[in-house]
Design a binder for this molecule. Sequence first.
Ligand SMILES: [Zn+2]
Length: 477
Amino acid sequence: MIWGCIYWNGVGTLAPVDGDINAVKYQEILDEHLWPVIARHFPGDKYVVLMYTYAPRIITCNVDVVNRNLPSANIKKSSKAQHTQLSIGKKPGGGSKEAPLFLMMCTAKDRNGTKFKIKDNVQQIFGKFLNEGKATIRFKEPEQDLCLSKADPLQLKNFLNLLKKAAQGQSIDHITLSVLAPASAKNVEKPKSKMIVTSRKDYPLTTNFPSSLISLQVSSCKLKRIDSRIFDLKKLQVLNLSENCVEEISTDFGKFTTLGELYLNNNFITSINPRFCLQKNLILTLSILDLNYNQLKLLPLQICELCNLYNLKLNNNLLESLPPTIGRLRNLRLFSASQNKIALLPASFMQLKLEYVDLFGNNFPDEVEDSLLEDNVGVPSLVEACARSVKKYRVPYTDEDLHGHLCRYLDSARLCWCGAYCFESSARYIHKVSLKDLTSTSTSIGDAGRNEVPIQGFLCSPQCLNKFKNNPRAYWK
Ligand SMILES: [Zn+2]
């Protein structure tokens, strides 16, 4: 954006502006760019008056009305700040020049408004926190204080200046004041925080999504890609994009700073971009991820970085396995992956502190037998020794840093129950575990109430192998 100014004899400076203009930025612009122009072109003028064409006679903010007559000691304030439109003007019919001015307060419940006489009736204006958009107007009659908050600081400043002048009986004729009229519903309604779109014809194409949205549902709109305008909603906490045609989970979700719940069920998602799981904002905030009814064959290892996940839903996908490091989801309490093709669970699954698990309808074998394959525990190769270090110190790697072959090798790391990583040079065991031992609330995994599943684990060294032989459950309890 460009800011500029013009005057009688010509033009002033042009100043580029980054982003939106708020009160602070506007004052900076005036300081840096307007005053030099005035000083240069009007050197003789000692008094320059800065007047705004836009001196608002209407502002919207939150207002809490406090009655000073009520005893305040030990009584909890019952009133609550309401979204309000405040305006200055004359009563209908009082169009003459001398007619008194009033401050009118309109809320959603009272759109016709309450009027306060202004002249000689404003006892005091408290404006210590103007820059935070807060102020208090004290009236003599009725004995009430209007506590304003959440206003635009610059608008509030100008509005109160106008009020002050009117209260002192000064002339404010240069500002056109219209007759007070009831507020329109749009102006007194609370900013919209929730929006639900469930058909393509209701999808906003020409208007924007309200920036105040906290919860947004866009379902059954055949979305293939997610609208970039959605990613600009900075206050969004719940996003429901179920029943669309989304194919990939992109990294754009990292733009959300407060997203706690993401519903992507009933789409055509075949892959999750590993970088999606590494977005710092999501790692901090995401607690519910619903991917039921998609086409996922594999979860990226990086999904285990979303350490604040509380509820992960993966029902009705094509998963054949779960990431070997899934135990790192230390806040996960609800996990469901029914109707997939999982045949073995990784050993770290036992580290999860689940309250509910559902693994019904997978490819678990009917009979599970404990087995131990210890051929390969020995000295690791040089490549494996390096790879173990890369994984141990969590050195980040991508296809850009390493040959793709090495990346896939690193991705194939097996997690020993001691927490170390290993590759081919490891012993493998399969151990039978009842889901009942894992959590109090679990569904059976198949007909007739079966609930025993095979856990596959790896052991990185002869020491770990010996410990396992002595007590296969040593690390789980
Ligand atoms: Zn080990």
